[in-house]
Design a protein around this ligand. Structure first.
Ligand SMILES: C[C@H](O)[C@H](O)[C@H]1CNC2=NC(N)=NC(=O)C2=N1
Length: 96
């Protein structure tokens, strides 16, 4: 899969406003109500990541998740990152 150009990245970012771009990554944080909920969210993200064969970097700090997406194989951001970002948003919203 080819990396997206900057204008396409900006267009895709408009669709997932909770994510911000940092270089070759997009990042967001998710604050869960408590630690077990944060772990459940990670577990649900893992299911979607396996379906897409696309895996986020996840840093767990008590009930806050720091998520980063990039496509290592492409050396940049691809449609897969935005597809997974939208699914993560759905999971986070379902636990809000
Ligand atoms: C072989 C397999 O398809 C690759 O290693 C996949 C697995 N998960 C991945 N996840 C992410 N985020 N980027 C990748 O390039 C990637 N590659």
């Amino acid at each position: 899969m080819d990396p997206l150009d900057d204008s396409t990245v900006n267009q895709r970012l408009d669709g997932v406003p909770q994510w911000r771009r940092e270089g070759d990554e997009i990042r967001r944080t998710v604050e869960a109500r408590d630690f077990p909920t944060a772990i459940r969210i990670v577990d649900e993200i893992a299911v979607e990541a396996e379906k897409l064969n696309h895996h986020p970097d996840i840093d767990i700090r008590w009930r806050t998740l720091h998520l980063a997406l990039t496509t290592h194989d492409a050396g940049g951001l691809t449609e897969l990152d935005f597809t997974l970002a939208a699914r993560i948003d759905g999971i986070a919203a379902s636990h809000a």
